[in-house]
Ligand binder design. Structure first.
Ligand code: HEC
Ligand code: HEC
Length: 149
């Protein structure tokens, strides 16, 4: 009841302004406000980046990874790219994603398909999500996420 009254009080204030971003990054949204990024990636604060990752990057990338291999990426989440201790390292990358080097060792079965998926899907999609150009046109390459072997 209290919450309902509060909403009523706030309505006139928000009705004509820009729609505020739903920046509730605790994952327990109790409203239907769609997430709106508060600006281009480069201008987002650390907290805004977390919300952007949660609302835009993770769902988009999860879909792609699951399509590629639903079993391996069953538990896809922040830690898939950022590592288990993501919080401790303040989401700095790379952090624990399989080290690679070039020429890539594709002797293991399935590794070449993995590399193609990375090159053709993951790299360009991820680059676009953070307003970058994929390597070699731009700087966003494999080592944005992977450790160097
Ligand atoms: C598919 C891989 C991937 C997933 C999944 C992912 N991220 Fe990211 N994240 C990145 C990449 C790549 C960057 C660096 C982007 C850049 O600045 O070039 C990044 C950057 C960030 C940053 C900015 C760090 C800084 O120093 O500015 C934060 C914060 C962050 N991620 C949080 C999260 C959270 C929270 C989740 C889960 C909800 C998540 N990420 C899921 C790939 C991922
Ligand atoms: C947005 C982040 C991101 C980018 C960019 C990226 N990868 Fe990956 N890659 C991952 C994640 C996450 C995994 C799965 C987790 C792991 O292997 O640690 C993975 C797995 C792989 C694997 C399988 C590793 C194994 O177990 O043998 C290969 C091979 C690979 N990537 C190659 C590449 C290549 C080559 C590029 C550049 C063309 C690239 N990746 C770009 C995030 C990325």
């Amino acid at each position: 009841m209290a919450r309902f009254l509060l909403l009523l009080l706030l309505l006139p204030l928000t009705a004509c302004g820009p729609v505020p971003a739903d920046d509730d990054d605790a994952g327990d949204d109790d409203d239907d406000t769609p997430y709106v990024a508060t600006g281009p990636w480069a201008d987002l604060s650390f907290t805004e980046r977390i919300a952007y990752m949660e609302n835009i990057v993770e769902p988009a990338m999860q879909e792609l990874f699951l399509e590629f291999d639903p079993v391996e990426f069953e538990d896809f989440g922040c830690e898939t790219c950022h590592g288990e201790d993501a919080d401790d390292v303040e989401y700095e990358l790379p952090n624990g994603v399989t080290p690679i080097s070039f020429p890539l060792d594709v002797s293991e079965p399935g590794r070449e398909e993995f590399a193609d998926f990375m090159d053709e899907v993951v790299k360009p999609e991820m680059a676009a999500l953070v307003d970058e150009q994929p390597f070699p046109q731009g700087d966003f390459g494999c080592f944005a996420c992977h450790e160097r072997e």
